[in-house]
Design a protein around this ligand. Structure first.
Ligand SMILES: Nc1ncnc2c1ncn2[C@@H]1O[C@H](COP(=O)(O)OP(=O)(O)OP(=O)(O)O)[C@@H](O)[C@H]1O
Ligand SMILES: Nc1nc2c(c(=O)[nH]1)N=C(CO)CN2
Length: 356
């Protein structure tokens, strides 16, 4: 894509930002590509992500991709780790670029070889639909459309963003490049938990597709080796189809919550059914890559407090006896084993309040 050498600003951008390049008057949405191929790559990138999340200072990460290990494009050099994030920002484009360059410098970035190895690279990919091309800043980033190491992570977090000049969606641009040499090495959820605590909230309709993906990952991670693969396949297909999730979410006796990491990735979910004074915990799962961080206990504490608030006396559950991790988890929360069922499941109950 060829851009004119002089600055070109879209008319509606000028209206949104009457101060021109100097100051943005509204919250803008921007996307950043991150890359590193020297030093402790993941550590440097995680530090950069954290430093870009300053909700009090007009800079907040709104979504973050997985980390990918990618083959270098350009001169021979070590493999990169790449990823992308989106931001909400009050900063004007040039100020935001300045913030990025400061962080590159703080990570020891030097510029000796064109496209050469670097400890940290932070590129501004877009800033709303701002269009500009001069020596300081080009927006959208002029090589955005040809870089699999940008488009693959970007498609995870902003598939519907449209390039203001070509009107092409990120998802379609991503489909046009080969993803060879771009390998996911750290899941989104892990990247996101580096930013801060997870948010526990009721399941919303927009969560249904990511919930389905999370449930599939949780099921395979939990039950591979414990249950027949065909059974897992068919159970997950039935129980976590979008229709089934919709039905579960709509149950009048049900309460469905999710755990969301900063940046938007779902990392856990739970559902409980409650009728009168008796409740049944139907499911409680945490993404395999973020287990043992207290997210499961936090979900259970939420369920417990909600059940107590609606006057439930006792909560039951069943768990596969060979699912040792889950058995230990429920016993740690105070569940007592009351028996077992055919199909090798243990039965548990816990008193919530009152005389149960
Ligand atoms: N959208 C943009 N994001 C980051 N830098 C930009 C952008 N547009 C123009 N620049 C300018 O590009 C200059 C060179 O940037 P940098 O050294 O990071 O390039 P590079 O990462 O080696 O190559 P590439 O730009 O192809 O990713 C910066 O000093 C900056 O002023
Ligand atoms: N895989 C990969 N290759 C690159 C990268 C990068 O981030 N990842 N950045 C470059 C210059 O910006 C040049 N080549």
């Amino acid at each position: 894509m060829q851009l004119a050498a002089s600055a070109v600003l879209k008319k509606d951008s000028l209206e949104i930002y009457p101060g021109g390049k100097e100051r943005a008057t509204a919250m803008a949405r921007a996307a950043i590509a991150l890359g590193a191929n020297l030093g402790e790559r993941l550590e440097t990138l995680t530090r950069a992500v954290r430093s870009l999340h300053r909700p009090g200072d007009g800079l907040a990460v709104t979504a973050i991709s997985s980390w990918y290990e990618t083959e270098p494009v350009g001169p021979v050099q070590p493999l990169y780790i790449n990823g992308c994030l989106t931001l909400q920002t009050e900063l004007a484009p040039v100020s935001l670029l300045g913030e990025l360059q400061q962080r590159e410098a703080a990570a020891g970035r030097t510029r000796e070889v064109h496209w050469g190895a670097r400890t940290l690279d932070l590129d501004l990919l877009w800033y709303d639909d701002w269009v500009q091309a001069d020596t300081v800043l080009t927006l959208p980033h002029p090589r955005l459309e040809e870089r699999p190491f940008v488009l693959v992570p970007l498609a995870q977090i902003a598939p519907d963003w449209r390039h203001p000049l070509t009107d092409k969606r990120v998802a379609d641009l991503g489909a046009e490049v080969s993803a060879r040499g771009v390998e996911r090495v750290v899941e989104r959820a892990v990247v996101a938990t580096a930013l801060g605590p997870v948010d526990l909230r009721p399941l919303a309709p927009a969560d249904h597709p990511p919930l389905r993906d999370l449930a599939v990952r949780c099921w395979w991670a939990t039950y591979r080796g414990l249950l027949e693969e065909e059974y897992i396949e068919s159970f997950v297909g039935h129980t976590y189809s979008l229709e089934a999730i919709g039905r579960a979410a709509a149950r009048p006796d049900g309460h469905f919550w999710v755990a969301e990491a900063p940046g938007g990735a779902l990392v856990g979910f739970t559902q409980v059914l409650a009728v009168g004074r008796v409740a049944h915990l139907v499911r409680l799962y945490v993404a395999p890559e973020v287990q043992a961080l207290g997210i499961g206990s936090a979900l259970w504490r939420l369920v417990h407090s909600k059940l107590a608030a609606i006057g439930v006396g006792v909560c039951t559950l069943t768990v596969l006896a060979t699912n040792v991790g889950a058995v230990r988890f429920y016993e740690r929360q105070g569940f007592e084993r009351t028996g077992s069922t055919p199909g090798n499941r243990f039965e548990y109950r816990i008193r919530i309040g009152g005389d149960g």
